[in-house]
Design a binder for this molecule. Structure first.
Ligand SMILES: N[C@@H](CCC(=O)N[C@@H](CS)C(=O)NCC(=O)O)C(=O)O
Length: 225
C-alpha cells in the first residue's frame, strides 16, 4: 500500500493522524509542487485529481479520507476509531460529518477563495478553471461558527467528541481548530469547552506527528502555543 499525500492538506492529515493512532506505517508519496498544485504526473495518474489517495498493492485506488478510514478500519480494527456498538458508530459518524461539512469545508472555502495561489482553482478535483468567489469567504466563516456552536454544547457532557473514546470525530475536530489557526482564526473565547478540549489533545502523539509546519512554498504556518 502507498499513501499519496500533501503535507499541509487537512484531508491528508485526517488519514495520517488515523494511521499514527493505529500504529500503521505506510510509504507516502508527496505529490504537491512549491506552487501548491498537484503535480502533472499525479493528475494524469489519478482521475479524481485529489489527495489523499491510498493505492493498494493490486493497483486499486481508494480516494476520500472517509473511504480510506473505512478500508483501514476493517484491516486494522484495534484500537477502534469508528465506534464499536451500533449507536456509538452512528454518533461518531454524525459528528465526523458535521466537522467535515461545516468545519473543514467551511475553512476550505475561506482558504481557497482568498489565497493567491488558488486563483482559478476554487474547488479541488477539477482541471478546468474554477473561479474564486469572494462571497464564499463570509459563508465559510458562518459554517465554521455553526460547527463550533454545536461542538461547544457537545463537549459540555463528553470527554471526547463522542463519549470517553478518541475517534475519527476527534481527528476532524482537531483538524478544524488547526486549520483555523493556520488561517489566523483561532477558536473564539466564547467557546471555553472547545479551547480546553483542544489544549488536552494538541500534544497527543498522533496530533503532533501528523501536523505540518510549512506550506509547500516554505511559508511558516501559524500554530498553537
Ligand atoms: N472529499 C475529499 C476532499 C479531498 C480534498 O479536498 N483534497 C484537497 C486537499 S485537502 C486536494 O486534493 N486539493 C488539490 C488541489 O487543491 O488541487 C476527502 O474527504 O478526502
Amino acid at each position: 500500500m502507498k499513501l499519496y499525500d500533501w503535507d499541509f492538506a487537512p484531508n491528508c492529515r485526517r488519514v495520517r493522524m488515523y494511521m499514527y493512532e493505529k500504529g500503521i506505517e505506510l510509504p507516502k508519496k508527496d505529490v504537491i509542487t512549491p506552487e501548491i498544485k498537484l503535480n502533472d504526473g499525479y493528475a494524469d495518474y489519478y482521475p479524481h485529481y485529489m489527495v489523499p489517495m491510498l493505492e493498494l498493492d493490486d493497483g486499486t485506488q481508494i480516494g476520500e479520507a472517509l473511504s480510506i478510514w473505512i478500508y483501514l478500519e476493517e484491516k486494522y480494527p484495534t484500537p477502534p476509531l469508528m465506534g464499536v456498538h451500533p449507536v456509538e458508530k452512528a454518533m461518531i459518524s454524525a459528528w465526523e460529518r458535521r466537522a467535515y461539512d461545516e468545519g473543514i469545508v467551511g475553512h476550505a472555502e475561506i482558504f481557497r477563495n482568498s489565497h493567491p495561489n488558488f486563483v482559478d482553482r476554487g474547488l479541488p478535483g477539477h482541471r478546468l478553471k474554477i473561479e474564486q468567489i469572494p462571497a464564499l469567504i463570509e459563508r465559510g466563516k458562518h459554517r465554521v461558527t455553526h460547527y463550533y456552536e454545536k461542538l461547544e454544547k457537545q463537549l459540555a457532557t463528553n470527554n471526547f467528541v463522542v463519549g470517553d473514546r478518541f475517534s475519527v470525530a476527534d481527528i476532524n475536530a482537531v483538524i478544524v481548530v488547526d486549520f483555523g489557526l493556520a488561517l489566523e482564526m483561532p477558536v473564539p473565547d466564547i467557546y471555553p469547552n472547545i479551547q480546553s478540549y483542544y489544549d488536552r489533545l494538541k500534544d497527543r502523539p498522533s496530533v503532533k506527528r501528523s501536523m505540518t509546519k510549512h506550506m509547500p512554498d516554505g511559508t511558516p504556518i501559524p500554530q498553537a502555543a
